[in-house]
Design a protein around this ligand. Structure first.
Ligand SMILES: Nc1ncnc2c1ncn2[C@@H]1O[C@H](COP(=O)(O)OP(=O)(O)OP(=O)(O)O)[C@@H](O)[C@H]1O
Length: 289
């Protein structure tokens, strides 16, 4: 445990020797993705009035990994992800993504990251294909390359037949998939996803998973938030557990799980949710009365 009660596992992580290393300048970034830090967070704070949402987060997220940010409702995951991606300005602290300060160099950073935010707002009156074309042009992609990538993304994400349908008529899962396509179109170095599997059926989830695994295999980094522990355990090789605005543990998934039966059990222990007495309090619930 560290001074702030956090179970810091990263220094013992053999394959991720990231602690204490300086962020590499992009031009001299080593080829070995294992040694790079994708996201470096120092002293991050955010309050909304009296409510402290994020209270002093320090974190190094390793490049080339599937990183899960997990925590109970209200833990501060969305607020943290919003600050990591330049959508929400921190009260204090710094965020570097691929060695660049998110708030000092926002235009450059936005070209290097892809974001699928929670409650993504899309241009509802465009078709899926038009949305991709619009986003690709905004990103400055060459039209022929944009069409090629659009074709492939629509095909792989099983949206080809719905490509001319208006986004307003897409289902929840289809919206997630077209949102993912727009986030991947410019081939970002780091992809941030807030609850990417929420409302997605198992078949679509498997498709999204396949796309992300292929993306990671190319050396890119995915950071995603979720409270579905089984999903995180099966997908992520590195996790950070957040509760009440703080990081409670972080490191390779197997190390955060430790001797616990599963990541789910380790999570309950870390966030102090074991032995919830709700069952004894709701003595009126159930039965014929
Ligand atoms: N815009 C806002 N105004 C006021 N309070 C906010 C705002 N955004 C977040 N909060 C508060 O900050 C805390 C952290 O919220 P956040 O959405 O980051 O949690 P989360 O871990 O993403 O939760 P969930 O899993 O339920 O989505 C909560 O107490 C929430 O009520």
């Amino acid at each position: 445990m560290t001074d702030n009660g956090e179970k810091d596992l990263s220094p013992t992580a053999p394959e991720v020797p990231i602690s204490g290393t300086a962020p590499p300048a992009p031009s001299e970034a080593p080829v070995n993705a294992e040694r790079r830090v994708a996201v470096r967070v120092r002293g991050l704070w955010k309050s909304f009035g009296e409510q402290v949402a994020v209270s002093g987060v320090d974190l190094d997220l390793p490049a080339g990994h599937f990183v899960g940010l997990v925590g109970p409702n209200g833990a501060g995951k969305t607020t943290t992800l919003s600050m990591l991606t330049g959508l929400l300005r921190p009260d204090s602290g710094t965020v570097e993504v691929v060695g660049r300060d998110v708030w000092r160099d926002p235009v450059d950073i936005k070209a290097r990251i892809g974001v699928l935010p929670e409650g993504l707002r899309l241009f509802e009156r465009l078709s899926g294909r038009e949305l991709l074309t619009y986003m690709g042009r905004m990103r400055g992609l060459d039209p022929a390359e944009l069409e090629r990538r659009g074709d492939q993304l629509l095909d792989v994400l099983d949206l080809s037949t719905a490509q001319h349908k208006l986004v307003v008529d897409y289902s929840t899962g289809m919206r997630k998939k077209i949102g993912l396509a727009t986030a991947l179109l410019h081939n970002p170095e780091v992809l941030f996803l807030d609850e990417p599997f929420e409302g997605v059926d198992p078949v679509s989830a498997q498709v999204i998973r396949g796309v992300l695994e292929r993306y990671i295999a190319s050396g890119a980094t995915v950071v995603f938030s979720s409270h579905v522990m089984e999903l995180v355990e099966s997908l992520c090789d590195w996790v950070a557990v957040m509760a009440a605005g703080r990081i409670r543990a972080h490191g390779p998934t197997a190390e955060v799980r430790g001797d616990a039966e599963s990541l789910h059990h380790a999570f309950l222990e870390l966030v102090g949710a074991q032995g919830n007495p709700a069952g004894t309090r709701l003595d009126w619930l159930g039965g014929a009365g």
